[in-house]
Structures are given as structure tokens and as C-alpha cells.
Design a binder for this molecule. Structure first.
Ligand code: ZN
Length: 307
């Protein structure tokens, strides 16, 4: 099933004048999770109506935009397109100011999920990757007595985070030199789907964690997203290079050297959150072939079943 974009939404998105087709893009020939090279094209447009193609790896089921914008094109996208585009999609203003109430609620929810493992664990330092305006980092820092650092590529949002007394870095975790600095808690909240290299980032995070360190990470569950609107196209958006499932995220974590200690299906039924500790990396971890077959079967069913 492919839902049509309503005329008023179409008009709001067109009014932005963003020419997605003209952006520099790169084509991926291998899977970022398993290295597999057998790819299946799933869709030809995203929820905004842009001609964004998504592929899935036949070996492990990882779904991702392909081709996808270059790092530089994404840099430009986050400077001025991303928030206005999401605002146009929803028909209401979403910016660094308006997202704060929502982020506060999110922060309270995730902190209570992590509390049994973080409280009294003697943790002192925290890094929030893609920490945006710092609302989540501030709440974790205050609740658990942590010294917090936010790293994010968007200068406006980082400026917000600085006002909360957090240490801030404008940049990308894969590129920033942390020297000998290590962290007891790393947050990757509503961010992993936006990364360009999930494997590289998780490896980097594993290096940045202290031996007692914990990682809190969440995904938009791709299956939940397409089942919600019964449309694979509606689950695809140019802001998300990656579309993770419980199976692919679990394999990513095991490969990078993380063991999940607690999982939560969020109240929105869309996000899945994981709290992880260090473990030995399992470089061959991948979803079971039966799970991958079931995923492709389900996608075909959603695309073709009568409503
Ligand atoms: Zn794969």
C-alpha cells in the first residue's frame, strides 16, 4: 500500500523549495551491518514525496537509503532544511524551541528506564551523542549527578545546550578527538537512524566508554513504522539514512561489543530503547536467516495486501 500525500501537505513541502534530486549523493554497494553485497530495492519515494530509494540487505535485512546524500549534503540539510521540512510535514512549527517540552517528557521517561542500573553505580561522566538542545542530557546530569557533554553537528542546538551548563562540542563523534577522555554513560537518543556509519560510530562509542560504562540507545523500529500506516513508503524519510529493526539493532550491538541489559518498547509503540554494558565483540553476529525471510515476506505483504 502506498498512501497519497494530501494536497495541503504537498503544498507546504513544495514551498520549502528543497531540490532533493539536485543534492550530491553516493551509492552504497555493501551493507553497513554485515558487509553483504546482495541488495534489494524496497521503495522509490519517501513520506515527503522525494524520489528517495531505500534498499535492504538480503543477508541481514538492514534497510537504508540508497543512494543517500553525502556527509556535506547532510550538513547543509541539518543547517536549514531538516526542522522546516518536518514542520511542513506535520503542519506545525517544530524548531529548537518547540521541541523542548517533548524532549523533557522523553528525558523523564528514559531516565526512569535507566534508573535501576545508573543510580548508585558510581557513574560520574556522560556523553550525549546527537544531543540536540541538551534537554535530555541536562535531565540525566541533574537526576544522576553526572558531568554532561553534548556533541551535535547543529550549531544552533548546541548553543542551547551550552546554556544548561553542559560542556558542548559542535561536530561529529566519529571525527572529534576526545584524547584520553572517557565516559561512564553514553546516550544516543533519537540519533542512530540519522548516522551515516552506524558500525563506525558504535565502535567509537565502545572505545569511549569506561569499563563500568553504560550505553543508552534507541531506534525507530522500522517494522513498527511501516505497520503503523501500513505503508513502507511512509516509513522512509530522507532524514533517516538507516531503518533498524530489533534484529538488526541487536546484531549491531553484539558486533560492536555491547550486551543489552534492559529493553523497552516506548509508550509511542514506535521507538525501542536499549540499555547496554560492555561485552566481548561478536564480529559475526547477524539476524537469523528465518528472521530476514520473515521481514521480506512482511514487507511484501504490507505493500500488496488489500486494505
Ligand atoms: Zn547486511
Amino acid at each position: 500500500m502506498q498512501t497519497t500525500i494530501t494536497a495541503d501537505r504537498r503544498q507546504r513541502i513544495d514551498a520549502l523549495g528543497y531540490d532533493y534530486a539536485a543534492q550530491p549523493r553516493e551509492f552504497l554497494t555493501t551493507c553497513n551491518l554485515c558487509g553483504g553485497s546482495s541488495l534489494v530495492v524496497l521503495t522509490y519515494r519517501d513520506r515527503y514525496g522525494y524520489a528517495a530509494q531505500a534498499d535492504a540487505c538480503r543477508t541481514c535485512g538492514l534497510a537504508f537509503l540508497n543512494p543517500r546524500m553525502t556527509a556535506e549534503a547532510y550538513g547543509h540539510f541539518y543547517q536549514g532544511i531538516y526542522r522546516p521540512l518536518v514542520s511542513a510535514f506535520h503542519g506545525r512549527l517544530i524548531d529548537a524551541e518547540t521541541i523542548q517540552a517533548e524532549q523533557q517528557e522523553y528525558a523523564i521517561d528514559r531516565a526512569s528506564f535507566a534508573r535501576p542500573f545508573v543510580e548508585r553505580a558510581g557513574l560520574e561522566t556522560m556523553l550525549d551523542i546527537g544531543g540536540s538542545t541538551g534537554v535530555v542530557a541536562r535531565h540525566f546530569a541533574a537526576t544522576f549527578g553526572l558531568a554532561g557533554t553534548v556533541i551535535d553537528p547543529a550549531p544552533l542546538e548546541v548553543a542551547h545546550a551550552r546554556r544548561y551548563g553542559l560542556e558542548t562540542i559542535t561536530g561529529l563523534v566519529e571525527e572529534h578527538d576526545f584524547g584520553s577522555q572517557r565516559f561512564d554513560l553514553v546516550l544516543i537518543c533519537q540519533t542512530v537512524d540519522h548516522l551515516l556509519d552506524v558500525t563506525g560510530t558504535l565502535r567509537r562509542v565502545r572505545e569511549l566508554l569506561t569499563p563500568r560504562g553504560l550505553l543508552l540507545i534507541d531506534i525507530v523500529d522500522f517494522r513498527a513504522a511501516y505497520l503503523r500506516n501500513w505503508s513502507v513508503e511512509d516509513a522512509i524519510k530522507i532524514d533517516h539514512p538507516y531503518y533498524l529493526t530489533e534484529e538488526t539493532m541487536s546484531a549491531y550491538l553484539r558486533r560492536a561489543g555491547f550486551a543489552v541489559v534492559r529493553t523497552a518498547y516506548a509508550a509511542d509503540h514506535l521507538h525501542v530503547t536499549y540499555l547496554c554494558r560492555n561485552a566481548d565483540p561478536d564480529p559475526s553476529a547477524r539476524p537469523a536467516a528465518s528472521a530476514v525471510d520473515a521481514l521480506f515476506r512482511e514487507i511484501r505483504f504490507v505493500q500488496n495486501a488489500p486494505r
